[in-house]
Design a protein around this ligand. Structure first.
Ligand code: HEC
Length: 127
């Protein structure tokens, strides 16, 4: 009887843990960012218009996966998060440029670099 209870309890603990581990986006990409890229400042950080420009780029290129409000879904991470808040602008630009291809995040190297920084301004404005 006791063992049976332990098994049920174990299952109740394991199930939510599993759900968390399969949630979209595990943030492992962050460990791959070279330190030079990590430290690059956003050259558009002080341009008020960068956020609005980034918001437009987001609707065009990103909202199909991440949602119109960047709220995410089961397969695509919510971009209002501690990870995005804590990430440096350089880390975010690096991710946009390189993508996280095996996890389904495309590379945005075809966008001109200033547009990627506008997207970074937008992402930071969410947080
Ligand atoms: C085809 C679907 C798709 C599109 C389009 C897409 N993304 Fe993603 N994105 C993903 C997936 C899947 C991940 C999770 C990748 C990972 O964790 O390795 C992700 C991860 C991210 C992350 C990191 C989130 C985190 O919590 O680690 C950011 C930031 C991001 N995307 C921004 C963007 C921006 C900005 C655009 C548009 C330029 C965009 N994405 C377009 C699928 C997409």
């Amino acid at each position: 009887m006791r063992r049976w209870r332990v098994a049920v309890l174990g299952f109740c603990i394991a199930l939510p843990a599993l759900a968390i581990s399969i949630e979209a986006g595990d943030g492992r990409w962050q460990a791959n960012v070279p330190s030079g890229a990590r430290q690059r400042p956003n050259p558009m950080a002080n341009e008020a218009s960068a956020i609005a420009a980034g918001a437009k780029l987001f609707q065009r290129n990103c909202s199909s996966c991440h949602g119109k409000q960047a709220e995410g879904n089961a397969k695509h991470p919510d971009l209002h998060s501690d990870r995005i808040r804590g990430a440096t602008p350089g880390e975010l630009e690096w991710l946009l440029k390189n993508g996280s291809l095996k996890n389904g995040m495309p590379s945005w190297s075809r966008l001109p670099e200033p547009q990627r920084w506008q997207l970074v301004s937008f992402l930071k404005s969410l947080n």
